[in-house]
Design a protein around this ligand. Sequence first.
Ligand code: SAM
Length: 247
Amino acid sequence: MYDYLLGGKDNFAVDRAAAEEGLKANPNAATAPLQNRAFMRRTVRWLAEEAGIRQFLDIGTGLPTSPNVHEVAQSVDPSARIVYVDNDPIVLTHARALLTSAPEGQTAYIDSSLSDVDRVLAGAKENLDLSRPVGLLLFAILHFFEDQADPYGIVRQLLAALPSGSYLVLSHITADYEPERWAGFTAVMRKQGIPTQLRSQAEVARFFDGLELVEPGVVPILRWRPTEAVDLTDAQVALYGGVARKP
Ligand SMILES: C[S@@+](CC[C@H](N)C(=O)[O-])C[C@H]1O[C@@H](n2cnc3c(N)ncnc32)[C@H](O)[C@@H]1O
């Protein structure tokens, strides 16, 4: 559904039908995914251009869409290296499309859950130099981790394995603007067996504890260094995002 809403080709009839139903109920259903991808492009470009990051660990990468992280990073420096991680078998079958690196750089795909930190880090070590800074990317995945799955601890463990000068970037759905509507979303996801927990601004900001937040901090993603005017409200997008440096 996410792929279809983004205009991709890697979806089934059942996904398209469900997404069309969703669009009928909420014409803004594609807004958040599209803006989330725009946030990915802005932040990855910022990491590459302004922070000099050349290695990226993108966990919960999703079905390939273009441009993907390696295309953005390698447009700044073709030698950039990217490790993609996801635990969805359908993403695995499409992983080839994520492995189209510029010859100077490298991309790799690890079939793993974010919660299996050892496996993620073993894959990262094989493909990246963990003595040099890494951009840890967690776009639209942490809201699939309820507190009992310890998402804060998982992020802390991942960051502990990365050197000073590394960055954490994440985006996260919030119910701050329309609590009732998003309570309905959470209930539907949980009914489908997908653990879901939406978080407030303060709860999202906690993922960055101990890090140096880059301006403008943890904000609705439309406000994170926009490059073009977008005629949308923060409520229509309902995602917080931020970028921070490990001291
Ligand atoms: C909403 S999509 C986001 C895709 C992409 N990061 C983006 O922001 O456009 C969430 C992705 O996280 C993946 N995911 C969910 N739970 C995961 C887990 N425990 N470990 C790894 N990936 C997971 C899903 O398979 C899906 O591809």
